[in-house]
Ligand binder design. Structure first.
Ligand SMILES: *Cc1c(COP(=O)(O)O)cnc(C)c1O
Length: 421
């Protein structure tokens, strides 16, 4: 059973100041999880997590993670600016982007971020724009199919993914980068998303470690850090078992000791770039049941919509729902839980067994801490909600105010505007 980290009583207090809908994050959960990750990789001297900013681009959340030792993984100009504002310096930032605009490369270089080149042709682009920095990383795409053993297993097809360099290209890339003056080299790969198995990172690590040994033999370049990137998932459904990060860390250690240590590469630092795993379970979207509808199906309409949480609408993603204060009530009703967008996909749940919902009930939509608020948008003129942080002492801090119509209209000049064509 998934248990919300706040109660109806707490929500009733919060809405006196901050009305629904809002996303709320659990600082305690975030910190404990970040520490568990760090402990799982404590065997590796250079280990560092670079939080994937796109998952939850909020400076307060980033500060929490920064105080736990995390750096930041950015993929765009504004994410770089955000990390800079939070006080991340130089190698506190990894820049992993694709189809990268010139301005983004320049900004990353100016901030001293570790630049992760997505493509072979980007070597020349970066060289002309800024020169090749001393520390540089390349993104690897081994092609073919990716599969973990064991159950449940994970399958993906890197050959169909737009990211990274081929095996031949990456070996050549390191040679050229070395000729151009680079001194410290990293390797990065992201081969499967939201994996629910303790084998994903260890399997990925084996592929990357073997490639690193081959690169050393063929190009004379010694890799200093290997970035396992994101992809460790979370159980969105209540019956799915969670990953065990300690086991994952052990699995990577085993591969490290079997492959890198014998090759004289025992000093390689392991980086991770997790987003979902760091934040998803520690955020919830809290909404209110404001309308009901009885046609061919039973509907409950919320004051939140897909503009606040897009994953169910675009991926059919499951997000667990708890009706606050009815945690133990029988699930004897079946509802579609909807938002108000003029899009039939704007449903947080379809045919979901839930307790009887009364108008005014508060609905907790679970696991929205990553790729939740951040994927929000303004379709139908819907406004983005507030973000709140539940502190460890139980107090609640506003970490982003809700949008107002003025925000929505900020790109027009109504006051001084001449709207005649
Ligand atoms: C999205 C992304 C991540 C984070 O992925 P999660 O699945 O949220 O862990 C990390 N690195 C890169 C380059 C990404 O694009």
């Amino acid at each position: 059973m998934k248990k919300p980290f706040i109660t109806k009583e707490q929500v009733e207090e919060i809405v006196k100041t901050y009305p629904t809908p809002f996303h709320i994050y659990d600082e305690k959960g975030i910190r404990e999880n970040a520490r568990a990750l760090k402990a799982a990789f404590a065997w590796n001297k250079g280990f560092r997590e670079y939080f994937a900013v796109k998952a939850t681009p909020n400076p307060f959340i980033m500060k929490v993670l920064q105080s736990e030792g995390c750096g930041f993984d950015c993929s765009s100009y504004t994410e770089l600016v955000l990390s800079d504002e939070v006080g991340a310096k130089n190698h506190d930032i990894m820049f992993s982007s694709n189809a990268t605009p010139d301005e983004d490369f320049k900004k990353a270089f100016e901030l001293g971020a570790i630049i992760n080149l997505d493509d072979f042709t980007h070597i020349d682009v970066l060289d002309k724009l800024t020169g090749i920095p001393e520390t540089i990383c390349c993104r690897y795409n081994p092609g073919g199919e990716f599969k973990t053993d064991g159950s449940p297993n994970v399958m993906d097809t890197p050959r169909d993914a737009k990211y990274g360099m081929t095996h031949e290209q990456i070996i050549e890339a390191y040679k050229i980068l070395k000729e151009k003056g680079a001194k410290k080299f990293g390797m990065h790969a992201f081969l499967a998303s939201n994996t629910l198995t303790n084998d994903y990172y260890p399997t990925l690590a084996r592929i990357m470690f073997q490639a690193a040994v081959e690169i050393k033999e063929k190009s004379g370049v010694e890799i200093s850090f290997i970035n396992l990137s994101g992809g460790v998932g979370i159980p969105y459904k209540p019956d799915q078992p969670a990953n065990d990060i300690a086991k994952i860390g052990e699995g990577v250690r085993k591969a490290f000791e079997e492959i890198l240590v014998p090759a004289g590469m025992g000093e390689v630092a392991i980086f991770t770039e997790l987003g979902r795993f760091m934040l998803a379970p520690y955020g919830m979207l809290i909404a209110k049941a404001i309308r009901e509808k009885h046609i061919y199906k039973e509907y409950i309409g919320l004051d939140a919509c897909a503009a606040n949480l897009m994953r169910p609408a675009i991926y059919g993603a499951y997000h667990h729902i708890t009706v606050l204060s009815k945690e133990n009530a029988p699930l004897d009703c079946k509802y579609d839980i909807t938002g108000g967008l003029c899009e039939n996909c704007d449903k947080f749940a379809i045919d979901r067994d839930l307790p009887k919902i009364d108008l005014g009930d508060y609905i907790a939509i679970h696991d929205t801490g990553a790729h939740g608020f951040s994927m929000g948008y303004n379709y139908n003129g819907k406004l983005r909600s507030a973000e709140l942080l539940l502190r460890e002492d139980g107090s609640v801090k506003l970490i982003r105010r809700a949008e107002t119509p003025e925000d929505y209209f900020a790109t027009f000049d109504f006051a001084g505007g001449d709207f005649n064509l």
